[in-house]
Design a binder for this molecule. Structure first.
Ligand code: NCD
Length: 318
């Protein structure tokens, strides 16, 4: 098993073999979860603290479930009710938590880079559950596992990532991961929602859905992140849906067996037609949620192994 990391801060620092190892383990957890079999409590005796400075449904719930399934003591820090609201800085909060000696710290924060900064101040394994528009590594890993299970491989696929790329940490982590595994990545969106410099990321860029979706194996839709916009990015939601929302007509341009993905939460009728999202023959959105638990189990299991290996006092041979 190859996984040499102390933290999971992003996809960018990972080696393709580390990604493969994590996905293989997650696949086994996914099967165990399906069969209802109880996994070995590999996190027993360890403390996991979830600290979410931004709203979350799926990510927080699945990190909690993943930790509990593997036997960890899991605590959710209610950031809304904590001293963070009284003006305590991120670092002070982190140092306070660190004094409680957690083993795993799961953090979501609105500022890009905040989680990396925090990881440098604490002595436990830190998992990035999304930082600003920077990275969301476990989302890209669960997307990768979903694709690998649906398509039977995770290389030489054409993956179209569509919509609000500029504000999306999901897009960034997916671009890194899919590129490392040698897939063709296309970004499709209005020029206002494509980050400047995207053409230098080794991707193809389109502002027309029909052109960008032609022959795609995977169609990944993104939410319009209105909370990160300060106005003026799109003319109107109606117009946006007309040009960039995924409906049956646009999906017909992709391969007949193309799968449809969305990280959630979805704006039905804005970036995706509700009927497509619910079409179990095309949409793997529910599988993505299911794989989220398995991927987070695998990530915490691997980090805990490295933590234990690091903390084991070395025997000195004389
Ligand atoms: C994403 C996020 O928070 O970055 N959601 C998620 O984790 N499933 C995407 C989004 O908010 O649109």
């Amino acid at each position: 098993m190859i996984f040499g990391q102390d933290h999971l801060l992003g996809i960018e620092p990972l080696h393709p073999d580390e990604i493969r190892s994590l996905l293989d383990l997650a696949d086994r957890y996914a099967e165990q979860n399906r069969s209802g079999q109880r996994p070995d409590p590999v996190l027993a005796g360890l403390t996991q603290i979830n600290m979410f400075f931004e709203n979350s449904t799926r990510t927080q719930a699945s990190f909690e479930l993943a930790g509990k399934r593997l036997g960890a003591d899991v605590m959710n820090m209610g950031v809304a009710t904590s001293s963070v609201k009284k003006g305590e800085t991120l670092i002070d909060t982190a140092l306070t938590l660190n004094a409680m000696r957690p083993d795993l710290l799961v953090v979501r924060h609105g500022s890009s880079g905040a989680v990396n900064l925090l990881a440098s101040k604490v002595n436990c394994a830190v998992l990035n559950a999304g930082d600003g528009r920077h990275e969301h590594p476990t989302q890209a890993l669960l997307d990768a596992l979903t694709i690998r299970r649906a398509k039977g491989r995770l290389h030489r696929l054409t993956v179209a990532i569509c919509g609000d790329i500029a504000h999306s940490r999901v897009a960034r982590s997916n671009i890194h991961l899919l590129g490392k595994m040698e897939n063709r990545v296309r970004l499709i969106g209005p020029p206002t929602l494509l980050p400047p410099g995207a053409v230098d990321w080794g991707v193809e860029v389109f502002d027309d859905m029909a052109e960008g979706l032609a022959g795609a194996d995977v169609v990944m839709m993104l939410r319009l992140q209105k909370e990160r916009m300060d106005g003026g990015f799109i003319p109107s939601e109606r117009e946006y849906f007309h040009r960039f929302g995924l409906d049956a007509e646009k999906l017909a341009k992709a391969r007949d067996d193309a799968i449809v993905m969305h990280p959630g939460p979805m704006n039905r009728g804005v970036e995706i037609d509700g009927t497509i999202a619910d079409d179990i023959n095309r949409s793997v959105i529910q599988e993505q949620v299911e794989m989220g638990v398995a991927v987070r189990m695998a990530a915490m299991d691997l980090l805990a192994r490295n933590l234990k290996a690091r903390n084991t006092p070395r025997r000195v041979m004389v």
